[in-house]
Design a protein around this ligand. Structure first.
Ligand SMILES: Nc1ncnc2c1ncn2[C@@H]1O[C@H](COP(=O)(O)OP(=O)(O)O)[C@@H](O)[C@H]1O
Ligand SMILES: C[C@@](O)(CCOP(=O)(O)OP(=O)(O)O)CC(=O)O
Length: 203
């Protein structure tokens, strides 16, 4: 991936608890917009890459949804926090490196410092989105409360103090995701140059 950082037209910074559906919702946005218009950036990507390198771990498994990453989650959180305390933008800068699409979707902001980095670097373009699901729904997706993880800043850092631009409710009985995402998708299409946001150009 090249190092060039382009200026996107819109950055959607997502946050939400474990198993609220951040990956599901952000993948859906990318499917709707197409990969020419939209990329999904994960702050945890470069974090896991560095952590795996330093600890001799299997990166693919750390990136996957299985139990492997859960074994290391609490230690990765502590390790990442040390890095962020030295340099709050460390993982944000790495995550956006090489992104060239007009719409960036950041799937996993966890702390105010993550959001603040985007607000400072891209004040015009940044919007915040919260994905929320009930504990019952999250349990159905495999979540169970883990001390040291679910009560740490990694999960709770954005629970209060932020007025999100949008809140998406991702429960079975909620309004359909497509309906909830409509204003976000409309804004994203406005931010993309018309040559690539014409649905006729998409396969
Ligand atoms: N609206 C939905 N419909 C069906 N499955 C969903 C929905 N939202 C999330 N899931 C599933 O729940 C699990 C957890 O979602 P995920 O997006 O990985 O959560 P997070 O990234 O917030 O931890 C995944 O298996 C995902 O496919
Ligand atoms: C150390 C972490 O980056 C691990 C994040 O891993 P994922 O982003 O895979 O987590 P979920 O989608 O919530 O299951 C958390 C952090 O504090 O940065």
């Amino acid at each position: 991936m090249e190092d060039r950082v382009s200026r996107p037209g819109l950055i959607l910074v997502f946050s939400g608890k474990r198993k609220s559906g951040k990956d599901y919702v952000t993948d859906l946005i990318q499917t709707r917009l197409g990969s020419e218009v939209c990329c999904v950036l994960r702050l945890s990507g470069p974090l896991k890459q560095r952590y795996a390198q330093e600890h001799g771990l299997d990166l693919d498994q750390l990136l996957g949804p299985g139990p492997y990453k859960e074994q290391y989650r609490a230690d990765m959180i502590r390790w990442g926090e040390t890095r962020r305390n030295q340099d709050p933008g460390f993982f944000c800068r790495l995550a956006v490196r090489g992104a060239w699409q007009p719409v960036w979707v950041v799937s996993d902001a966890r702390r105010l410092s993550d959001l603040q980095w985007f607000w400072t670097e891209f004040p015009q373009q940044t919007r915040s989105v919260r994905v929320q699901s009930s504990e019952e729904t999250r349990r159905g997706r495999g979540w169970s409360f883990t001390a040291g993880v679910d009560d740490a800043e990694s999960e709770c850092g954005l629970d209060s103090g932020v007025e999100f631009d949008w809140i998406i409710t991702n429960d079975v009985d909620a309004l359909s995701l497509d309906e909830q995402l409509r204003p976000i998708l409309d804004l994203a299409l406005e931010a993309a140059p018309s040559s690539i946001n014409n649905p006729a150009n998409k396969t």
